[in-house]
Design a binder for this molecule. Structure first.
Ligand SMILES: O=P(O)(O)OC[C@H]1O[C@](O)(CO)[C@@H](O)[C@@H]1O
Length: 677
């Protein structure tokens, strides 16, 4: 296991690392010291630090998973579907992917994704894990009831095919127990969503699908001692200090690429962990999941972007920012190290890693849209800015409006045509409307987020938008499937640094199949549309530039959009060609080229890229000041005793499986507060 760090001002990195070591942050986090993030965060942190030692408590759970898997196999059930959002699906997904286990992840409200549940006679051999910590997440609840209904329609008794993973006493726990579901795994309330990959949320679905979850836990255990030690070689401390020092220096985007096949799913998991933990109070590190080190936005990233190699550092370019990290370790170690590093980053920049204060707005807006009748929604919806073949373009107003004017977020109409140009004014083409969202070349904090409320399986081509737009804009571009991203990067986009522009894409709800949400009074297409409209509106109200594209025909619409964007010229290369060639040239020693991560070695001192150059390019803020300002850990002066919690290897042996003793008997009442996840 190696951690290599590149930083253009090695003394600044070393100072941050030393500060974290001196404050004993690693050991205090491992001992569940809730004061690490300052007094305001302490109350929630006191209920959210159970993830630090999950590897010591997993044995009984894994036994139960194996038993249930064998029972299901005896019944001919070998297709595991996971309904869950954000932290309740991403951990299982990354584990299953690393182990080539066939887990069907349903984190969507797309009617095509929902109807695929019962396609091809697969229902006969299917069971669904319904994973929700709060027990109330709308996508998960709706997916579970659609699956149950599909089973009933096929003459299969649903309760034998439903498995719940949820905190004690949630509505989902109550429903599952009342209806006699096949198994109810009660989870440890002291583990929050994005820190739950090594808890039942990650292990149950992945294990039932055939992943070797014992191996993942062992990999976490192998690095746990190092992670809890206040030593400059602790990989979590090194990554946490790097990200904190980078953030203070104005390097606030982290482009990530897996360089080891078994870690291919890791960027998707890290996106949620880093974005939802750090993106709040107007700050944060924006994670960008890149398909490879060659993908646009990775090695050609600009001076405000750090590079994260998940696996060995490969490739040829030095990052322009000079900031890079590579961490080479198996998946289980990666999970624990990055969780701790992210918690350290949050301590470094002064935010609460465990809340997600801006997630609720979009949910409320979607709920309101679902409750209003369709005709009222039609009235609210202003005329399109443009209709281009199968693509209807609406540009949401970004400027705040004063009393008496239209509500913020209204869409631009023909009557606005003479107003100063905003994204997508009338008369613009589809391509130029999208280009209007590109971050300007001198705005290195700027980024464009594509939010596609489509189906990852059926509209796969849309995912190529990230690379295409990065190539055309030369700037930072992220891509998220909706509503999945609402439970991942959504917090950052609304509450983190306010530098994003947004391209929403959704399908006309009348263009696909109508799949009702059982007993809800609305169908999945309407739910999905309300989620897209709700989040777009919230972002527009926050003053972000938002363009919403509605596709009247999905396939044709995606193809049309891709062609329109392709017609734009490529952005000018960020680096002059001779510089690129020089970086790629074999060195005198005859190696393949420059090492992308110039190592900052804590012990031996430094071999880093030229400090002055990188600092100039990054137009960095004063490092020392910034680090001082963002120093919430400095406020902490007492070290709490480690939380005495019982280790519980053996969950309750019955239909109900409690992940820990706490889960089994301590929780009362249903906490549906956002803070509770
Ligand atoms: O497990 P739950 O309660 O369904 O929540 C799912 C996800 O939703 C979020 O709360 C964000 O909406 C995430 O933090 C969480 O992982």
């Amino acid at each position: 296991m190696t951690t290599d760090i590149g930083f253009p001002a090695p003394d600044v990195f070393e100072a941050e690392l030393t500060r974290m070591v001196d404050l004993r942050l690693a050991s205090r986090i491992a001992q569940r010291d809730a004061t690490v993030w300052g007094p305001e965060a302490a109350e929630l942190a006191a209920t959210r630090l159970g993830w630090t030692d999950l590897h010591t408590r997993a044995a009984g759970l894994i036994e139960q998973i194996d038993t249930l898997r064998a029972e299901l196999a005896e019944d001919g059930v070998d297709r595991i579907i996971l309904a869950g959002m954000g932290g309740s699906s991403l951990g299982a997904e990354v584990i299953a992917r690393a182990h080539d286990a066939d887990l069907v992840v349903l984190d969507s409200t797309d009617p095509l994704a929902i109807s695929a549940l019962s396609d091809g006679g697969d229902l006969e051999r299917s069971a669904m894990v319904v994973a929700t910590k709060s027990g109330t997440t709308i996508e998960t609840v709706c997916a579970a009831s659609a699956f149950a209904q599909a089973l009933l329609a096929a003459g299969i008794e649903p309760r034998g095919r439903l498995i719940a993973v949820t905190d004690p006493d949630t509505p989902m726990a109550e429903q599952a127990l009342e209806e006699g579901w096949r198994r109810v795994f009660l989870t440890d309330p002291s583990v929050g969503g994005r820190y739950s990959a090594l808890a039942a949320f990650g292990l149950v679905p992945a294990g039932l699908a055939g992943a070797d979850v014992q191996q993942v836990v062992d990999e976490a255990a192998a690095v746990a001692d190092a992670v809890r030690t206040d030593d400059p070689d602790n990989p979590a401390l090194r990554i946490g200090a790097l990200l904190t020092a980078a953030h203070a220096r104005g390097v606030r985007t982290l482009a990530m690429a897996a360089t080891d096949d078994s870690l291919a799913g890791l960027p998707g998991w890290l996106e949620q962990l880093i974005a939802e933990s750090s993106g709040k109070d107007g700050v944060g590190m924006l994670p960008v999941a890149c398909g490879s080190v060659e993908a646009p936005g990775f090695e050609d990233a600009h001076a405000a972007t750090a590079l994260g190699y998940l696996g060995p550092a490969i490739g040829t370019h030095q990052p322009i920012s000079g900031v890079a990290v590579s961490y080479e370790a198996p998946l289980g170690s990666q999970l624990l190290v990055w969780e701790t590093a992210t918690a350290l980053l949050c301590a470094g920049i002064g935010v609460d890693p465990f809340n997600q204060p801006d997630v609720e707005d979009a949910k409320e807006r979607a709920r309101a849209l679902l409750q209003s009748d369709a005709s009222a929604q039609d009235d609210d919806e202003a005329a399109p800015t443009l209709v281009d073949g199968p693509v209807i373009v609406r540009a949401l107003e970004s400027a705040p409006v004063s009393a008496g004017e239209d509500a913020p977020g209204r869409t631009a109409t023909d009557s606005d045509a003479d107003e100063p140009a905003g994204a997508g004014d009338a008369g613009q083409s589809l391509a130029s409307t999208v280009a209007g969202l590109f971050p300007s070349p001198d705005d290195e904090d700027g980024y464009l987020a594509v939010q596609a409320f489509l189906s990852a399986e059926h509209d796969e081509a849309a995912a190529s938008l990230r690379e295409l737009l990065a190539r055309k804009s030369g700037g930072t571009v992220t891509f998220g499937w909706g509503p999945r991203y609402l439970h991942s990067t959504g917090q950052f986009h609304k509450g983190g640094r306010p530098d994003g522009t947004f391209l929403f894409i959704s399908a006309d709800p009348d263009s696909g199949p109508t799949v009702d949400v059982p007993e809800a009074g609305f169908d999945f297409a309407r739910l999905q549309t309300a989620q897209a409209d709700g989040d777009a509106q919230v972002l527009a109200d926050l003053g972000r530039r938002v363009v919403h594209l509605t596709l009247t025909d999905r396939q044709a619409g995606v193809a049309h959009l891709l062609a329109a964007i392709e017609s734009l010229p490529d952005a000018a290369p960020r680096r002059p060609e001779d510089e690129v060639a020089a970086a790629e040239e074999p060195s005198e020693a005859g190696d393949e080229g420059a090492d992308p991560v110039d190592t900052v070695d804590a012990a031996d001192d430094v071999d880093a890229v030229d400090e002055a150059d990188a600092a100039d390019e990054a137009d960095a803020i004063d490092e020392a000041d910034a680090i001082d300002e963002a120093d919430p850990v400095g406020e902490v002066d007492s070290i709490a005793e480690p939380d005495a919690h019982a280790e519980s290897d053996a969950p309750v042996e019955s239909e109900v499986s409690a992940e820990t003793d706490e889960a089994a008997d301590t929780v009362t009442g249903t906490d549906t507060d956002e803070r509770a996840r």
